[in-house]
Design a protein around this ligand. Sequence first.
Ligand code: SF4
Length: 72
Amino acid sequence: MRVRLDEDACVGHGRCYEMAPEVYGEDERGHCRIEREEVPPELEEAAQIGADNCPERAISIERGARPRARED
Ligand code: SF4
């Protein structure tokens, strides 16, 4: 999983880094700073919670393509 920040959309509510400080940090203006772009499996839930709680939808999550099950 990867997380990305839309810096133009972030206004500094701080919900992301309050809820998931392992993944999201705070810059000198109180805006989000991504601490880990590549999120290890054990922090994926925290990363998702932080993204879901951003009122500006400034954090997007990319999940790697999963191998598809064969259908034959
Ligand atoms: S919750 Fe959203 S708007 Fe607030 S600091 Fe985090 S990314 Fe920025």
